[in-house]
Write a new protein. Structure first.
Lengths: 453, 381
């Protein structure tokens, strides 16, 4: 539609954590036949299994559905065989492992131009094919409710998290699929589609030439790329309102569904982190096994494998799988070591936002950070810390405390609908008291959702 | 290092659940984490964490307290010999000062830490590092001649009544070190005020009054020079006299970002504004002293830099901190000039604002809440 180049929303508060291990801008093919769907990737979903071990599936075959919203199904991303259904404590469904057969068969959901379809038909197609779960909503970051009419749809085209993938590179050459995806989405809301770009770094024509969207420019440090921050600055959420959101590769999947009639779960993943020998981008499918991705390409130290980034990602084992929504894998050293007088020594190599370590003098230094807490958990003593990295017009510590005491009214008044756990990730990183803040925010959001349903 | 680690690892099982010294777990943990930053790794949320922790934070505050402490030690000796009409060399003054100050520090730390450890143990918590700072603040706000048993009683009162009954570190309403000071002031007024307590083993003939004491009786002509008040070569509590030493500490706190510059600046602003208002009024000589002199007398500077900035008892919102700080400076000068019974207003001003800090935050937060409600209403309409 139009790019208003004059207005750039400047995010002032935040922090870019500079790490070693940025992916080189080349896309390689990842050869693997091991995939999985992890029901735990979907907040608030109670999985009801639709297949059993040994079943043959095609791309688009329903694997499980949500027990409480049973029109929302989750489909196989490849054609092949259900290899294993892995359960955890209390028989919680952890992974449905699928071995691809290489035949690339897919259920045909019919190629159709979304412009010729009405809202109902588009929703039905998205639901039937298992593509619907790409569309999530705020508040709560759960899969969108097809019965809602959101006040707007937000797409963040840039990721500001540490070592984040470059979406310009990923969508290169996929302009048509992206536009088709936008066309389908535009039928789902009476409001606008906000396509948010980085004023300094987004150059891809796939984004800047998109039609039927409002392009908003942002600049500033992380979390400027968080959709929650963008919503807060452009069209803040009020009680009772709903906004849907997606990321570029999700839009591509929707576009390809309408263009080809197939559920095409292709995904480019950035393999990053200090322990990766040759960090690069890999073309694969959603839920790929991590082992073939990192094999022969990581250091010998004790490592942590993360699906996602270091701020919000999920810890996985070497025999684990990428999560549904993630487009990045990170490998960093584990930090299970003791450090003699670590708190008292000058600490020239330590990463800290506080200026109590000399490293603040070297602003552009890139770090190899591990998973050590660097201290014990303590009472919330320091104040004014979170505010430096939290660009919302919200009092972060007061909201955290309101959640801790489960004061529903106060949580609502302090703006819980406008935030997600990822928006508090930086607060958690820099916190002197070593509180697990994201966990608290998630608890608050779950509590609100229960209260409101 | 390896041998030490092995030794600690060998002892550890005795202090864990089912071990012989299970009841001393918190104590063991405190010593272990003093020696070693633990090997604990992240299990939820962000995978990486900042290198800062509570120990680092507190040690920097203690570091910032070193300049007033060193000056205080020297000044205790200097004032003592001065009152006897002697001017010995540097080291005898330091020696006398150490003899007076060290025991107070030791009593403060031993009493406070013993209680902290006991409470942590009873609650099954880790020992919080906050007392590393309080334990140093308490001696620095004491008169040099304070009896040691009083230090012990005041410290115990501050830790138990000022902090632990509210739930421990992070939950207290009043600044613990000031609680100790206030307790002594109200429980033993004759040992904590007047002209005789500010110089250790003072010669009887020597006046020994602090600048604030002299101003209270409107002896403005006996006031020391600005320079000696700024330097701190005047009688007073151990750590409070030298504005310049305190400024050094303030630089450390502000540069590291650990002390709130917002609060410090607004306390100074509040004190100056009240001082200037008194200048305009000018009903007596006290009101007519230049406003800046309030900043270099008594406990104003010390309170501004080390007491008002205590994050737990101060306002917690950035905007609230401005009101909180301003009112401390404002009220401190007000009390000084108006209260005939007590020459120093800083302690009471900070304690008063400690009590009001949550109220200030409440109003700041309510304005944010109202903004949100208004926005929602505008959409609904």
């Amino acid at each position: 539609m139009k790019v208003d180049m004059s207005t750039v929303t400047k995010i002032k508060k935040g922090l870019d954590i500079k790490l070693i291990g940025e992916a080189e801008k080349t896309i390689k093919d990842l050869v693997t036949d091991q995939f999985a769907i992890k029901p735990t990737d979907f907040i608030g979903v109670f999985p009801k299994l639709l297949v059993k071990e040994g079943d043959t599936v095609k791309a688009g075959t329903p694997i499980f559905k949500d027990k409480y919203r049973d029109n929302i199904v989750f489909s196989s991303q490849v054609s092949g065989k259900i290899k294993e259904i892995k359960r955890g404590a209390k028989r919680v469904l952890l992974e449905i492992k699928i071995e691809a057969d290489g035949k690339d068969e897919a259920i045909d959901f019919k190629a159709e131009d979304p412009k010729t379809l009405d809202r109902e038909k588009i929703i039905q197609k998205l639901l039937d094919s298992g593509v619907w779960p790409f569309i999530r909503q705020r508040p709560y970051s759960v899969i969108a409710n097809p019965a809602d009419n959101p006040k707007a749809i937000f797409i963040s085209t840039f990721d500001t998290a540490p070592l984040a993938p470059d979406n310009d590179l990923i969508v290169h050459g996929h302009g048509e699929a992206f536009q088709t995806g936008i066309d389908a989405l535009s039928k789902l809301t009476n409001g606008k589609i906000h396509l948010n770009i980085d004023a300094n770094a987004t150059h891809s024509k796939v984004f800047t030439n998109s039609k039927g969207v409002q392009i908003n420019q942002f600049s500033g440090p992380h979390p400027a790329g968080n959709v929650g921050v963008q919503i807060n600055k452009i069209d803040p959420l009020n009680k009772g309102e709903v906004i849907w959101y997606l990321y570029p590769q999700d839009v591509l999947a929707i576009g390809r569904l309408f263009a080809t009639g197939r559920y095409d779960a292709s995904r480019v993943v950035a393999l990053t982190g200090s322990e990766v020998l040759r960090p690069a981008y890999y073309k694969t499918k959603i839920g790929a096994a991590i082992e073939p991705l990192v094999k022969g390409n990581v250091s010998d130290t004790e490592k942590r494998f993360i699906s996602g980034n270091v701020l919000t990602g999920t810890k996985i084992d070497l025999d684990g799988y990428m999560s549904f929504y993630h487009t990045q894998a990170t490998v960093i050293p584990e930090g299970n070591y003791y450090e003699l007088f670590g708190w008292a020594l000058p600490g020239f190599n330590k990463f800290s936002v506080s200026k109590s370590f000399p490293s603040f003098l070297f602003k552009n230094k890139k770090y190899r950070l591990d998973t050590n807490y660097h201290g014990g958990e303590r009472a919330l003593v320091m104040t004014g810390e979170y505010e430096k990295v939290f660009p919302f017009d919200i009092y972060p510590m007061q909201l955290i405390k309101a959640i801790m005491v489960e004061d529903i009214d106060l949580m609502e008044n302090l703006g819980i609908y406008e935030v997600d756990e990822e928006d508090f990730a930086l607060c958690e990183v820099i916190d002197t008291s070593k509180t697990n803040i994201q966990e608290i925010i998630r608890r608050g959001l779950d509590l609100m959702r229960k209260e409101m349903s | 290092m390896k041998a030490l680690r092995e030794f600690v690892d060998k002892q550890k099982p005795h202090f864990e659940k089912g071990g012989r010294f299970e009841k001393l777990h918190s104590t063991f943990d405190a010593f272990e984490t003093f020696l070693f930053v633990p090997n604990k790794v992240t299990t939820s949320g962000a995978h990486i964490r900042d290198a800062i922790d509570m120990k680092r934070t507190m040690i920097i505050v203690v570091l910032a307290l070193i300049p007033p402490l060193l000056f205080g030690i020297w000044n205790v000796g200097y004032q003592h010999f001065l009152s006897h009409g002697m001017t010995p060399d540097f080291w005898p003054m330091i020696g006398f000062g150490l003899l007076k100050v060290l025991p107070i520090i030791i009593v403060s730390y031993v009493t406070g830490l013993a209680i902290e450890f006991a409470f942590a143990q009873a609650r099954g918590h880790e020992v919080n590092e906050g007392f590393l700072v309080s334990g140093m603040l308490i001696p620095l706000v004491m008169p040099p001649d304070v009896p040691l048993w009083m230090v012990a009683v005041a410290t115990a009162f501050a830790v138990i009544i000022g902090k632990e009954v509210f739930g421990g570190t992070g939950m207290n309403i009043l600044n613990p070190a000031l609680t100790a000071r206030a307790f002594l002031f109200f429980a033993y007024p004759s040992e904590m005020s007047g002209d005789s307590v500010w110089i250790a083993e003072k010669a009887d003939a020597f006046s020994g009054a602090t600048p604030l004491g002299q101003l209270l009786v409107l002896d403005t002509d006996k006031l020391p020079t600005d320079w000696s008040m700024f330097l701190g070569t005047i009688p007073g509590s151990i750590g409070e006299t030298s504005t310049i030493a305190i400024l050094l500490g303030a630089i450390v706190l502000v540069a590291t970002g650990i002390g709130s510059f917002r609060i410090m600046a607004s306390v100074v602003a509040g004190g100056l504004v009240m001082g200037l208002l008194f200048n305009l009024w000018g009903a007596n000589e006290y009101m007519n002293i230049p406003a800046y002199q309030h900043l270099i007398m008594g406990g104003f500077a010390f309170g501004t830099v080390y007491m008002a900035t205590d994050p737990v008892s101060a306002s917690q919102t950035n905007r609230g901190k401005l009101f909180y700080g301003f009112l401390i400076g404002f009220i401190a000068v007000l009390i000084r000039v108006f209260n005939p019974a007590y020459p120093e207003g800083m302690m009471l001003a900070i304690l008063l604002m400690n009590v009001f800090a949550p109220l200030i935050d409440h109003y700041v937060i309510q304005s944010n809440v109202k903004k949100r409600l208004k926005r929602a209403k505008a959409v609904a309409a």
